[in-house]
Ligand binder design. Structure first.
Ligand code: HPA
Length: 285
């Protein structure tokens, strides 16, 4: 968005201010940033914590308004890696612009993180999937009708026309599959289609999306992955299938049910993330 408000500092300056406040509260240098999706907050409870910072003390951070999402940054250690967890994320359906939704991603990059793990609860369009399956995202389709990079480009943050041939790192995907195999965690692969929500999809839309080549549908992740590319992250995307979107046998779903399924599959996601981080080379990133 073009910033016409003379009292609103530039995106670059807002990122720096937010990072400075975080550095004051947590002398931290995370290598890996992890975004937890709907109902997937368990990892943030379990890890060895160095610091916890509520979003509402960080300048320019949006407020988390959605059920199933806390609103805090958790700094800690997994294996030998310093990590920062976004315990609660932002969505376009809350009324936030894509720039606001992805602001924290830029701040996490500013803090020094180079690897971004984005998780989400998603609908399964691929009928080979079952409820509770973990799916590694190989690619996405931006069906949100917007783009977080629209507006004046600040070259300090990234280039004007970022390449999108590999928004999700092949290298990290392979490491995640290796970690999953070692730990006997079944994982699938899939293409994620991002919509704004908040309503779920009609049968005709599910049919249409399957025909487009999507395996998963959800209301997040795409803006973060795009900014991930722009900001120079290597990104790993992981979905948990919370409902099966079979247009010919569609049953009504409720958000409580989606959250329950995400909660149930959460420990599997936690151990995948944990073992993936243990697979990362010690100094290469
Ligand atoms: N559609 C969109 N978002 C979702 C779904 C869905 O079916 N399930 C979980 N998040």
């Amino acid at each position: 968005m073009i910033n016409l408000n003379p009292f609103c500092p530039s995106l670059h300056r807002r990122i720096s201010r937010a990072a400075r406040v975080i550095w004051k509260k947590a002398a931290c240098c995370p290598e890996v940033a992890i975004v937890l999706g709907t109902g997937l907050g368990n990892l943030a409870k379990e890890i060895k914590k160095d610091a916890v910072i509520p979003y509402d003390v960080i300048p320019y951070f949006p407020k988390a308004t959605t059920i199933g999402h806390a609103g805090r940054l958790v700094f800690g250690t997994i294996g030998v890696k310093k990590v920062v967890i976004m315990d609660g994320r932002f969505h376009c359906y809350e009324g936030y612009s894509m720039e606001q939704v992805t602001f924290p991603i830029r701040v996490l990059r500013k803090l020094g993180a180079k690897i971004l793990i984005v998780s989400n609860a998603a609908g399964g369009l691929n009928l080979d999937y079952q409820k509770g399956d973990l799916v590694l995202i190989v690619d996405h389709i931006n069906f949100m009708g917007d783009n977080p990079l629209i507006g004046t480009n600040d070259d300090r943050l990234g280039i004007r026309f970022p390449d999108m041939s590999e928004p999700y790192s092949r290298e990290l995907l392979k490491l995640a599959e290796k970690a999953a195999e070692k730990n006997k965690i079944p994982v699938r692969r899939g293409v994620y289609l991002g919509v704004t929500g908040p309503c779920l999809e009609t049968k005709a839309e599910y049919r249409f999306m399957r025909n487009l080549g999507a395996d998963l549908v959800g209301m997040s992740t795409v803006p973060e992955a795009i900014v991930g590319v722009h900001a120079g992250f290597q990104t790993l995307g992981i979905s948990i299938v919370t409902d099966v979107c079979d247009p010919e046998h569609l049953e009504p779903v409720q958000i409580e049910q989606i959250i329950r399924t995400a909660n149930q599959a959460g420990p599997k996601l936690d151990s995948l993330i944990d073992s993936f981080i243990h697979e990362l080379p010690h100094h290469a990133h």
